[in-house]
Design a protein around this ligand. Structure first.
Ligand code: TRP
Length: 362
């Protein structure tokens, strides 16, 4: 069987499809949470910020509390593909684990692991690579964006094949639900393709890998303090672990406009509306109510409201985060336990895959 068997990797209809599937998935999660395994992760490139918190962390905690099985992956290999020096990885990995725990991911219920430590997961890369063509990998727009963002002069083989590695991240534990941003949809499309082709080729009677679905966030997009996408490299982010004073300074510097009457109108007033949104997300009130409270007080009043709301909402999370970072041994314990659990699952999957591929001679 050829690998190009009529499955398109990313069709033009796929975005609308992904949205429709995501909505159905949310309903299925509510109905039967324990039947779903959620796998998602982050590159350990430094402390997480409020964009991560409202964009994805909060949702992971919600899913965990709903009763789904949650796997959270520290994508350290991916960091190696897009960074010059990995020397800061140990600190960055600890900080990421601290962010997870402080935000409410519970290591008793969730599995937090680093994919470089799970040999069986990485070995899946070889059979999976045989199921996609070079042309299909070359068409992935996210890999091209990631190369541009990395500042690396050339595409390495690992970066080129990264979506296939990501498929191994998801499929090793038979993840069915992958909460990701829209930029990750092309990667997920490749994971779905690999699951389908593996099943068709090696397990036609009984599909072995479930086809994972993206769970798209419906959280409103929080921008940075300059009104651009919030990102550490743009210097416009508010870290989860910022102190109350640092938060006041960062918000004090935020871009606003000259109209003293505060309103919530993201299209016409993106910077002011973003601050209003941030206060709303932190306080559980509507953006309109926040804008009305700021009234004619101008940006100074708005910034005071926002600073108070952020510091109030994150006080306990920040206290826990600082405490966790004071006990690195505990953070490592959490990661080691997660790695061990992931390794057991990966070894079982690899044994099944070997059996199905007729490469098991024991
Ligand atoms: N590529 C993702 C990112 O850049 C991180 C990631 C790696 C991931 N493996 C994953 C996300 C598996 C979801 C599932 O953010």
């Amino acid at each position: 069987m050829s690998i190009n068997d009529g499955d398109a990797a990313t069709g033009s209809a796929s975005f609308a499809d992904a949205e429709a599937r995501s909505a159905r998935l949310e309903a299925a999660l509510q109905r039967e949470p324990a039947a779903h395994r959620v796998l998602t992760g982050d590159r350990p490139t430094g402390p997480l910020h409020l964009g991560h918190y409202f964009g994805t962390l909060q949702n992971r905690v919600r899913l965990q509390n709903l009763g789904v099985q949650l796997f959270v992956l520290v994508a350290d290999y991916q960091t190696i593909t897009d960074r010059d020096s990995p020397a800061s990885l140990p600190e960055d990995v600890d900080a990421l684990v601290a962010d997870y725990l402080a935000a409410g991911i519970d290591p008793q219920r969730a599995t937090i692991f680093a994919h470089s430590q799970v040999e069986g997961l990485n070995q899946l890369l070889l059979p999976f690579l045989s199921l996609v063509s070079v042309a299909e990998m070359g068409r992935n727009p996210t890999v091209k964006d990631e190369l541009a963002a990395s500042g690396q002069p050339a595409m390495s083989g690992l970066m080129f094949t990264y979506p296939v590695h990501q498929a191994a991240d998801i499929l090793f534990c038979k993840g069915t639900v992958v909460p990701v941003g829209r930029d990750q949809l092309p990667h997920l499309e490749i994971a779905r393709l690999i699951a389908r082709r593996f099943n068709r080729k090696y397990s036609p009677e009984r599909p072995y890998f479930p086809e994972p679905d993206a769970l798209l966030s419906n959280a409103p997009l929080l921008l940075g303090t300059d009104g651009q996408k919030m990102s550490k490299s743009r210097n416009n982010s508010i870290p989860l672990g910022a102190t109350a004073d640092e938060t006041a300074k960062l918000i004090g510097r935020a871009k606003t406009d000259a109209d003293r009457h505060i309103t919530y109108n993201p299209a016409a007033r993106p910077e002011v509306s973003n601050l209003v949104l941030l206060a709303a997300l932190c306080s559980g009130r509507s953006p309109e109510a926040i804008a009305a409270e700021a009234g004619d007080g101008g940006s100074a009043t708005l910034k005071r409201l926002v600073t108070e709301a952020v510091n109030e909402h994150f006080r306990e999370i920040r206290r826990r985060r600082a405490e966790l970072l004071g006990d690195r041994g505990h953070l490592r314990q959490v990661l080691l336990a997660g790695n061990a659990r992931a390794r057991d699952i990966a070894n079982q999957t690899l044994a099944d895959v070997r059996r199905l591929m007729h490469t098991s001679y024991g």
